[in-house]
Design a binder for this molecule. Structure first.
Ligand code: PBG
Length: 331
């Protein structure tokens, strides 16, 4: 019997018969250039320190960071994204604007070792403040938006001077893109790219990252990061960041927010990125370690899905590893 008498030739399975045909008609392709590798560099380390909550991920020493950046570049990864972990923190996050601070030193090392691979520096205070918030606090203990913008401007100059090609504005302060753009332009850093964490949600999936950067945060970030139930609000955030001059807009996390990625992609006229965050990484790794899912297939599937939803770029802790697979024989 024919599957459909009215349309006898409609057989979608025809395009799935062999790996070569499936490859030919694939709508979404993973490519190393679309992947961004986040890397942590910690002050005072002489060798890398493995993270307990993120298998295979380490806090780098400056020397091991160089190696990791060179490996990412050799694998054809699109960009690296550097987070600094200082030894000392204070109320204003002054380490963030120290030209000899760990993030600045790491960015310089990454630029030197990377042979041109774009180096994105994280632009946020949370790793540097003793209270762990992404900004400075006012006398009532609330995160002071406009005082924080001042600090972000200072930090942006230090990082751009260190050679960062792009700055990842991850703090979710209102007006951060416009404020940082103005400071950069006034200093002649016209080509420093602003990657706006435009729609960043207050997510439980950042859990392992807090270990990775030794975060001291108590409480939450709900007065500045978005409510997970709100998608329309993400579009407002994106429009504001575009108007302020964002060069790339990002949605974060990725897997729990595929609809948001899709809606953002529909309105953005700049590239769209998504960040597959630490908890999403840990979830796949834990399920694979338990024998519940095949690790490599699951990784390829989730990265493909984030692209399919509309992200041109995906920040993922698997970037260098997956780029290696893509450069090898076809999976
Ligand atoms: C804050 C920042 C966070 C992450 C990246 N930048 C944590 C937070 O907002 O609490 C999380 C990334 C991840 O979980 O992989 N600057």
């Amino acid at each position: 019997m024919r599957p459909n008498a009215s349309f006898p030739s409609a057989r979608p399975r025809r395009l799935r018969t062999t790996p070569a045909i499936r490859r030919l008609v694939a709508e979404t392709r993973l490519h190393p250039a679309g992947l961004i590798q986040p890397l942590f560099v910690a002050e005072g380390l002489t060798e890398p320190r493995p993270l307990t909550l993120m298998p295979g991920v380490v806090q780098h020493s400056v020397e091991s960071l160089r190696v990791a950046v060179a490996e990412a570049a050799a694998a054809g990864v699109g960009a690296v994204m550097i987070f600094g972990v200082p030894e000392e923190r204070d109320a204003t996050g002054s380490g963030a604007t120290d030209p000899d601070g760990i993030l600045t030193v790491g960015v310089r090392a990454a630029v030197e070792a990377g042979g041109g691979i774009p180096v994105i520096a994280d632009l946020c205070l949370d790793e540097f403040t003793d209270h762990g918030h992404c900004g400075v606090l006012d006398t009532h203990g609330r995160v002071d938006n406009d005082a924080t913008l001042q600090a972000y401007g200072d930090m942006a100059l230090v990082l751009a001077d260190a050679g960062a090609h792009a700055l990842g504005a991850s703090g979710m302060m209102d007006g951060q893109i416009g404020a940082v753009r103005e400071v950069l332009d006034a200093a002649g850093h016209l080509d420093t790219i602003l990657l706006a964490y435009a729609a960043k949600y207050a997510s439980a999936f950042y859990g392992p990252f807090r270990e990775a950067v030794g975060s001291t945060l108590t409480g939450d970030r709900r007065t500045y990061q978005q409510d997970p139930g709100n998608a329309r609000e993400a579009l407002r955030e994106v429009r504001l960041d575009l108007a302020e001059g964002a060069d790339i807009v990002m949605v974060k996390p990725a897997l729990a927010y595929l609809d948001v990625i899709s809606r953002v992609a529909a309105i953005s006229d700049v590239p769209v990125a998504a960040y597959l965050v630490s908890g999403e990484f840990a979830m796949v790794e834990a399920a694979a370690a338990a024998g519940a899912i095949d690790r490599a297939s699951a990784i390829v599937e989730v990265l493909t899905s984030v692209h399919r939803a509309g992200a041109d770029l995906v920040a993922t802790y698997w970037a260098t590893e997956v780029a290696g697979w893509l450069n090898g024989t076809e999976r």
